[in-house]
Design a protein around this ligand. Structure first.
Ligand SMILES: O=C(CO)[C@H](O)[C@H](O)COP(=O)(O)O
Length: 227
């Protein structure tokens, strides 16, 4: 079973966690794409009344095409459940997100959700965070100065490029600097340091937000719960 098939399995499994009447945060990425497809099928077949809150233009486009009713985070009183992918999840359920450059809206939706559920294939699990480059969304103005600062701190930064080799702009017209840290010993300290830098809009460390993860293994999806 390849990685894509594992993503499809967990995406479909996660769609079953949505209940009639819920407001659901819809994450971003290839795993979530399978979940949104499956959710749209359930809405149609089971006549569910669901409101989606998207985390990116890409997910909005998909949800609109599938006729999933959407509202913005500011238009809803609460989000019952957000289902999102992740780039790396440590043993203690801390995560790195933003591989799809959607970390800003993903984090806004996550912190406004009663419950967050991550869906990943088995390759995303690691002992400690850091093997996936940590995305940091920054304001374009002054971003080269920030880049130099990160380099001096030993964070091994690179600007994210799009598939034409140009600087990648996020949905909010910011840039992404990826930090190639290899291993993050103290995620909370690093998160505080990044949040303190002028020009940083948000970073991809998603800490203490999730206690349930559905992981795709070849033998089937497994629900992991934090101890
Ligand atoms: O954080 C994200 C986007 O900003 C995604 O959730 C993350 O990159 C996982 O994506 P995929 O399911 O395609 O592997």
């Amino acid at each position: 079973m390849d990685q894509n098939e594992l993503k499809k399995l967990v995406g479909e499994e996660a769609s079953k966690w949505v209940k009639d009447g819920m407001t659901v945060g819809l994450g971003t990425g290839s795993t979530v794409k399978f979940m949104v497809d499956a959710l749209a099928r359930r809405i149609k077949n089971e006549h569910l009344s669901i409101t989606g809150v998207v985390t990116s233009n890409a997910t909005a486009e998909q949800a609109n095409a599938l006729n999933i009713p959407l509202k913005s985070v500011d238009e809803v009183a609460k989000i019952d459940l957000t289902i999102d992918g992740a780039d790396e999840i440590s043993r203690d359920f801390q995560g790195i997100k933003g591989g799809g450059a959607a970390l800003l809206f993903e984090k806004i939706v996550a912190v406004n959700s009663r419950r967050n559920l991550w869906i990943v294939d088995q390759s995303k699990l690691s002992e400690r965070l850091g093997s996936f480059p940590l995305p940091v969304e920054v304001i374009p103005y002054g971003s080269k100065k920030l880049f130099s600062k990160f380099a001096k701190k030993g964070y091994a930064p690179t600007f994210r490029l799009d598939n034409t080799g140009q600087l990648k702009y996020t949905d909010s017209n910011n840039l992404i600097i990826d930090l190639h840290l290899k291993e993050i010993e103290h995620p909370h300290t690093l998160a505080a340091d990044l949040s303190n830098q002028v020009g940083v809009v948000e970073h991809g460390l998603f800490l203490d937000m999730v206690n349930t993860v559905i992981v795709g293994y070849p033998e089937g999806p497994k629900v992991l719960t934090a101890r």
